[in-house]
Design a protein around this ligand. Structure first.
Ligand code: F1P
Length: 289
């Protein structure tokens, strides 16, 4: 399933972006103080959205893993992202927050407990997935939110098409360790890239804000490390990574399209290692306690 779902992302992003204006009344207005929450992939999309919204001057925006939401903070709204609509920590949090905070959920399935608890429900049924490993639901949810901020363009969809069509850089499948770096909103995408590689390929991956990588993590870099920058690299960083003998990967694509390239790499590595990316180890489609 995941290979087919991954390939449908350009089409899904176009649909998601096209929905933004019509759904504006259910999404955070400029000036609202909001928290965005989720688990796993959905948390990393929340991180990316929070950085985009804050950066666009639309209002204070914090991202939390749903399990780490600080009780008692006076947010105008909590936006929960969840493909399944059933994840335990998100449900627990929505049940806990006071009535002065608006509950907005972006989910894949309308017939779920999360939908019943929300003041605003946005259902992206077209992007729902059969896979355990999330690809298009998460990136479509982020695209909708990004379009609502006025930060989505057709060029992003074109970049995703390029990411699907171009061959992957050679030699990456053989690397033994992968580090993903981001800056600003692409820090969340770097975290998600690393998670995809773990889930689908059981690969040893790490993720950092690009400049943080220099403060210790670079110590583990070797000739069989691949260091992949999502988005524009800080000047000088590539040279520092090259000096460790590691492979440096960067592309000129939109960081969300770069994530599609990483998703493809994860499947290629799974394939090379004889793993079935539709059956990730120790993981279920919806993680419930
Ligand atoms: C999120 C999540 C994913 C993970 C797997 C299981 O759930 O934990 O991050 O990759 O797909 O679900 P959800 O709340 O978005 O359904």
């Amino acid at each position: 399933h995941v290979a087919q779902e991954l390939a449908s992302q350009p089409d899904c992003w176009q649909v998601a972006a096209g929905m933004a204006d019509g759904l504006a009344h259910r999404l955070p207005a400029a000036g609202e103080r909001i928290a965005v929450v989720g688990c796993g992939t959905s948390y990393f999309m929340a991180q990316a959205y929070a950085a985009l919204r804050e950066g666009s001057g639309q209002g204070e925006t914090d991202a939390f893993a749903a399990s780490e939401f600080p009780a008692g903070r006076p947010y105008d709204r909590v936006v929960a992202l969840s493909r399944s609509g059933t994840t335990t920590e998100v449900l627990g949090l929505l049940g806990k927050i006071g009535d002065t905070t608006r509950r907005t959920v972006v989910i894949g399935d309308p017939d779920t407990p999360m939908a019943a608890m929300a003041d605003d429900t946005i259902v992206l049924e077209f992007a729902d997935e059969k896979s355990v490993v999330q690809t298009r639901f998460a990136t479509s949810a982020l695209t909708l939110l990004r379009a609502h901020l006025g930060l989505h363009t057709d060029a992003v969809v074109e970049d995703a098409q390029v990411a699907l069509a171009e061959p992957l850089p050679t030699g990456l499948v053989e690397c033994s360790q992968f580090t993903f770096l981001g800056q600003g909103w692409s820090v969340g995408l770097a975290n998600e890239a690393a998670l995809k590689m773990r889930e689908a390929a059981l690969a040893w991956t790490e993720a950092y804000p690009a400049m943080e990588y220099r403060h210790g993590p670079i110590s583990i870099s070797t000739r069989s490390t691949a260091t992949w920058m999502l988005g524009e690299a800080p000047s000088g960083l590539m040279d520092e990574v090259h000096a460790t003998g590691a492979r440096w990967v960067a592309g000129g694509l939109d960081p969300l399209a770069e994530l599609v390239r990483v998703q493809r790499l994860a499947l290629a590595i799974a394939n090379a290692r004889g793993l079935d990316p539709d059956r990730p180890r120790h993981l279920t489609r919806s993680v419930i306690l």
